[in-house]
Ligand binder design. Sequence first.
Ligand code: AMP
Length: 185
Amino acid sequence: MKAVIFLGPPGAGKGTQAKKLSEEKGLQHISTGDMLRAAVSEGSELGEKVAGIMERGELVSDDLMIEIIKERTAKPDCERGYILDGFPRTVPQAEAIKKLLSDVKSEIVYFSLAEEEIKNRLETRRKEENRADDELQTQLERLKVYQEKTAPLIDYYRKSGDLIEVSAEGSVEEVYQRLESALAS
Ligand code: AMP
């Protein structure tokens, strides 16, 4: 059992890399963004609760997200291990996952990307994909929220000596090569 946690700004390619790593290593890919988007399109109670928050680019509450992650990681398809893509996003979420993973071998990967490149990639995504939370205003808000609430996690993990930094510049293949050689196995 092993857990890999992906951190990084929107546009860094966490989802793409998580999908690839999941296929190669047989780890379950858990994307909180995908889970929430699925809930919104199903029109479930959870979906109704989070739709507006997501459209504005804000964060869903820590309590709700922690509950969702606890439930999801307890499922049998996570027994071999999993990749967390999009969680944690705040210090309280990081504290919660630390408790949950106290007996589990875990690796924390930070995908770093220069601000200008983040903006370029988000612009490309806006043109190519039709994601309700990828309108310009939403993207800008998400970037701001990332800087305020999620970026502090980089120092949080760096201080505990746990952070693996991988440059997210370049092609999907190049980034994946770096990721694979940075991970223990
Ligand atoms: P993502 O696809 O990971 O960028 O997530 C899309 C949106 O879902 C975010 O902008 C948030 O509104 C919400 N979301 C996803 N993961 C979390 C989380 N761990 N904590 C709070 N909100 C989240």
